[in-house]
Design a binder for this molecule. Structure first.
Ligand SMILES: [Ca+2]
Ligand SMILES: [Ca+2]
Length: 257
């Protein structure tokens, strides 16, 4: 008898804590998922999360963005907090497809989603997710947006080149104009540890293509044999949206002689 009383008490306690109804089914939806808006780009420096804490922006933590691998948009979100989660659905709409489209469904332990559809350049795409728990309850997130541009084509140095950065003429990064908009280009250089060694912005004025930027003397000087990775990002301001549209070129590597 004592066991039965304990079991009844236990059931009452569990029921009142976990949002179950009389049938024992979980009715508590997940906490609202938080998508990460575009915070800026690699090279922009720090982004303040609140008054006291900031992060240095990189390709991983800058929120919704494009990627070097293709004409894609990568969506990311804050870690989910519920422990009874199952999966999430990703939705997208835009000016050219105003009704939200379900892009797919992925397990809830993912931190990113890569939209690899045929995205149209200079169109703003809006995304939100719906997060489900194992009982089928769901909660919809906020909405974030981004627009991609065409990618700059890299010209020199060739991929996998061996480069003497101490040569008298130095090392110039050379690329082609991405489109006919008035924007700016950012050349980015990383070392093998994925640390950003150098970047510089190139504001297009009247230059004829191809465009180029010369690598300055780095301190400390890269060791011979070290492998460097570089690419060129391209940005065009959208006055209506008050943010940049962006693209990231394919990445190349070279070895320091
Ligand atoms: Ca639940
Ligand atoms: Ca970017």
């Amino acid at each position: 008898m004592r066991h039965i009383i304990w079991l009844v008490l236990l059931a009452l306690v569990l029921g009142s804590c976990s949002g179950e109804d009389e049938s024992g089914k979980d009715k508590t939806p997940p906490a609202k998922p938080v998508l990460i808006a575009h915070r800026g780009d690699t090279g922009d420096g720090v982004f303040f999360l609140d008054d006291d804490s900031y992060i240095t922006l990189n390709d991983e933590n800058n929120g919704i963005d494009t990627v070097p691998e293709g004409d894609m948009i990568r969506l990311s979100w804050e870690p989910f907090i519920d422990n009874d989660l199952s999966h999430l659905k990703i939705y997208r709409y835009s000016d050219i497809e105003p009704d939200p489209v379900e892009l797919g469904q992925i397990p809830s332990n993912n931190r990113h989603y890569l939209d690899q559809d045929d995205l149209v350049e200079k169109h703003w795409y809006y995304y939100y997710i719906e997060l489900f728990d194992i009982s089928g309850n769901s909660t919809v997130s906020d909405t974030v947006h981004y627009a991609i541009l065409s990618k700059p084509g890299l010209i020199a140095p060739e991929n996998n080149a061996s480069v003497d950065i101490d040569a008298p003429e130095g090392l110039s990064f050379v690329w082609g104009i991405a489109d006919d908009s008035i924007g700016f280009y950012r050349v980015l250089l990383w070392d093998e540890n994925n640390d950003l060694l150098w970047f510089d912005d190139f504001n297009l004025a009247t230059e004829d293509p191809p465009l180029s930027l010369k690598l300055p003397q780095l301190s400390p000087a890269p060791q011979p044999g070290s492998v460097m990775r570089w690419r060129v990002d391209y940005f065009v301001w959208d006055g209506d949206k008050q943010m940049y549209m962006g693209s990231e070129s394919l990445e190349r590597v070279f070895t320091v002689l």
